[in-house]
Design a protein around this ligand. Structure first.
Ligand SMILES: Cc1ncc(COP(=O)(O)O)c(C=O)c1O
Length: 394
């Protein structure tokens, strides 16, 4: 027993939780197993709720500076947890990671230029590139013996184009769950250096790795001038709605450009609750995160054992994140048919694989950071649906 109550089922509809909202589930989907949006169904670490309550107890919410303890909290976490030494002066606050990605694209590429992505990958990358008038350049991952690999020769080929100057790296990779190794990242860093490509590393899932896999900050193996790292406690500490994120920008000229843009757009004010939540997470949240990771690993073990008994679906075992990439291609269903099957037969609302790029056709992404009994019950309905499907197609 962790003592953190991960088995407790919380009614998230009391607040407008996106994962459980009709905006995501559809008006007809409110009773489905809501396992799409990437947050956890767990109560956050008590140190976070206590910090927010303590700040709320002071009844003045006027303008605030960055709390003195915040930057040391961030660098202390990165050093203790990930053995990555970051200079406090290189850290810039951001409202959220996607905002930082969009700013980087705007600042460091010109309209029409290429941005490399490695699908299947987090769908917002494509939206950011399109909405900012840039061109998405795809270097698909390669699925080999049930494990995804980066096509490094492909990156090298695409990076040679002088009109492609930036790459979005997802480390660890949503949705396929790869925790990129030091060797893979070091080879990528060599390519980026050789071709003068700026790597914008989205490492929001960096804290979430399973035994045997270690997150390597890309900036720790690359020339720091070639990297902008985007980080946040949103996933690891389940505080996405607090809007707390930060970037690490070692290159002085790039950092100055970021600061000037923050100022031009006046994205330089602080949210007092986000600051205290983030500081509490990074100074006192370690034991909670360790316990959450243990629990999530237990859910993964359940998922692995039960899916192994279900013909028609194959688990691409994640090395990190709380997201499982499920291969339903054996069912032979088109993307809309697969969605209809999962919703109509299994009562599952998961994320369509196709949303992550055409390579995701036939797959679905399941968020398994939920109370174990809920996951187990959802696996019962999937098993029955697959059984019925086999009978129907016989
Ligand atoms: C890889 C990745 N980056 C960014 C985000 C969103 O981050 P934020 O809410 O800080 O913009 C997510 C959320 O699912 C994600 O998976």
């Amino acid at each position: 027993m962790s003592g953190f109550g991960f088995d407790t089922v919380l009614d998230r509809r009391v607040v407008p939780a996106l994962k459980h909202h009709r905006m995501v589930l559809g008006a007809d989907g409110m009773d489905l197993f809501a396992a799409g949006v990437a947050d956890m169904d767990f109560a956050v670490a008590p140190c976070i709720t206590q910090a927010i309550a303590a700040r709320a107890a002071h009844p003045v919410f006027g303008y605030e500076a960055v709390p003195d303890g915040l930057l040391p909290a961030l660098t202390g976490w990165l050093s203790a947890r990930h053995r990555w030494q970051v200079d406090q002066a290189h850290i810039l606050r951001a409202p959220n990671v996607l905002n930082a990605l969009a700013m980087a694209v705007n600042l460091f590429t010109k309209p029409g230029q290429g941005v490399i992505v490695q699908p299947p990958v987090f769908f917002d990358f494509a939206d950011i590139i399109a909405e900012n008038g840039r061109r998405m350049v795809e270097n698909p991952l390669i699925l080999q013996d049930g494990r995804y690999q980066m096509d490094l020769a492909g990156v090298e080929r695409l990076a040679a184009d002088p009109d492609t100057r930036l790459m979005f790296l997802c480390n660890p990779h949503n949705p396929v769950g790869r925790v990129w190794t030091r060797d893979e990242l070091a080879r990528l860093a060599q390519i980026a250096r050789a071709h003068d490509v700026l790597v914008v590393a989205d490492e929001i899932h960096g804290d979430l790795t399973f035994a045997g896999h270690r997150y390597t900050p890309f900036a720790s193996v690359a020339d720091p001038a070639d990297v902008i790292t985007c980080l946040s406690p949103a996933k690891s500490f389940n505080i996405a709605a607090c809007s707390a994120a930060f970037t690490v920008v070692a290159d002085p000229a790039r950092r100055a450009a970021f600061q000037a843009e923050n100022s031009r757009l006046t994205v330089n004010k602080n949210n007092a609750f986000a600051s205290v939540a983030m500081q509490a997470a990074y100074t006192q949240g370690g034991p909670w995160l360790d316990a959450a990771l243990d629990y999530i690993a237990g859910n993964l073990a359940l998922l692995r054992a039960r899916l192994a008994e279900m013909p028609g679906v194959t688990l691409i075992a994640p090395e990190g994140t709380f997201l499982a990439w499920l291969d339903f291609r054996a069912l032979g269903l088109a993307p809309d048919e697969l969605t209809a099957f999962l919703r109509g037969r299994a009562a599952w609302a998961v994320t369509r694989g196709i949303a992550f790029g055409p390579q995701g056709a036939g797959f679905a992404r399941l968020n398994f950071a939920c109370p174990r009994a809920r996951l187990d019950a959802a696996l019962d309905t999937l098993e029955a649906a697959l059984h019925d499907h086999r009978k129907d197609t016989r």
